[in-house]
Design a binder for this molecule. Sequence first.
Ligand SMILES: Cc1cc2nc3c(=O)[nH]c(=O)nc-3n(C[C@H](O)[C@H](O)[C@H](O)COP(=O)(O)OP(=O)(O)OC[C@H]3O[C@@H](n4cnc5c(N)ncnc54)[C@H](O)[C@@H]3O)c2cc1C
Length: 383
Amino acid sequence: MQLDNYRSPWMNEELSAFGDSIRRFVRERMAPHEDEWRAQHQGDRETWLACGEMGMILPDVPSEYGGADGTPAHYAVVLQELAYGGSASIALSINHIVGHYILAGGTEAQKQQWLPKIASGEVICSIAMTEPGTGSDLQGVRTRAVKKGDKYVISGSKTFISNGQLSDMVVVVAKTDLEAKGSKGISLFIVDTKTPGFIRGKCLDKIGMPGQDTSEMFFDECEVPADCLLGGAEGRGFYQLMQQLPYERAEIGIQAVAHMERALALTVEYTKERKAFGKAILDFQNTRFQLADVKATVVASRTFVDLIIQRWVDGTLDTTLASMGKFWLTDRQGEVMDRCLQFFGGFGYMNEYPIARMFADARVARIYGGANEIQRELVGRSL
Ligand SMILES: Cc1cc2nc3c(=O)[nH]c(=O)nc-3n(C[C@H](O)[C@H](O)[C@H](O)COP(=O)(O)OP(=O)(O)OC[C@H]3O[C@@H](n4cnc5c(N)ncnc54)[C@H](O)[C@@H]3O)c2cc1C
């Protein structure tokens, strides 16, 4: 999918072999189910478990917690292969993000309890930040967790939560101190979705990624043991979120680039075959010029995201670079999908064509993981 004669600087033989095995798995075990998952608005548990067995969920977590002792580059390979193979319904990245919240901020008991099951796909995770009244401004969350003896009682509503119908566990952002200013009163809780008072709302009808079960969630006096507090200390939630958000943004950037690479490859292939006025669509100068622009954008995006991946592997990825990548790469993704779709004519508007799905799926990348305007704010602070 990538440019001829270009190999990402972080890629090596071992990662390349890992990528080959993931590519086969995605082609044989995931892509054939996409239509079914889109129709039922969720993936299936068997595939989650199979992904766990392939080491796709937490490849970059120590093996003592069920991971594979790899690096973020292993996870980048997984994200790329999912995108290249057209698999958009199984939201492994949520398990990856939650796994890293727990690895970075959890107590030893929390790591032992959850990480192996998150890695194996036995536990499907959600992360519940957004509420009907607040998304970008996370300090405005109204969900509260009140300490009562050795329990916390959680009450509130969440929305747009990925894996919301399937999740076995949800990390909930809640206020433990209503008086504290700004971010100080926010804490994260690990909630087993079998807990009484946890209520799944409806699966939301989206314009893209219909195979993902994005949902509402409610907490109606949901009583959880005090040791569900991530890290065991109140008021650290905002810090725990901020510590991990750059990696979530890097993931979105990696996906954006892989989708652009696939879109370009599909469009070149199609425009070589499709004829109009007695010649291939690619033989029109307009097509070649437009796709030359797209190719330059894709190559620039690839080299940019390779820097992000390398920094992540080296442990030097900072908020500014991750946010810059998130907004710039997903903005490019939107443009590339739009320009590529045009060359498919009416077929580009049909959901059975991958380019139509990729166009619709791409739109959310500029909104979730922190809207692109918020990313620009964060980068602006570094100037
Ligand atoms: C498919 C999907 C999956 C999602 N999955 C999850 C999930 O798993 N967990 C979760 O917690 N959330 C999830 N979200 C929610 C997502 O993270 C939020 O939608 C996003 O953060 C934006 O919040 P909001 O929708 O409340 O928009 P608002 O905060 O209301 O903002 C609306 C718009 O206002 C503008 N804006 C806002 N603030 C500023 C500012 N400071 N400066 C300039 N412009 C600004 C931006 O254009 C922004 O897009 C998901 C959303 C979708 C659509």
